[in-house]
Design a protein around this ligand. Structure first.
Ligand SMILES: [Cu+2]
Length: 112
């Protein structure tokens, strides 16, 4: 399975357009990192969806994809920080926080 990591450029473009519609083919879903958990813990998204983790805690967290799948954050996500990934391929992707191993969650990418 293949995951395409959102480029820094894409993230920057998206960040400049908060709350705006990005087109029918652009779906952005938010996973809040709050009180040492990922919310929602189980998220189902369509293929090509953009998933953005937003750290709403006062502590750094991270996103580590299981099985060395791409999409992990580079280091920790600072309080208030974000991590954005575009999921191109269908499948189930489990992940955890690298700082707090009990923080487990998953993203299921449905077919086209
Ligand atoms: Cu954490």
């Amino acid at each position: 399975m293949r995951i395409v990591i959102a480029t820094v450029i894409l993230a920057a473009v998206v960040l400049e357009l908060p709350g705006t519609h990005l087109g029918a083919q652009q779906t952005v879903l938010i996973v809040d990192i709050r009180e040492f958990s990922f919310e929602p813990r189980e998220l189902i998204v369509p293929a090509d969806a953009t998933v953005r983790w937003v750290n709403r805690d006062d502590f750094p967290h991270s996103v580590i994809m299981a099985g060395n799948q791409p999409g992990s954050s580079r280091g920790t996500i600072a309080p208030g920080g974000e991590h954005t990934v575009v999921f191109r391929q269908a499948g189930k992707f489990t992940y955890r926080c690298g700082v707090h191993p009990t923080m487990l969650a998953e993203i299921t990418v449905s077919g086209q």
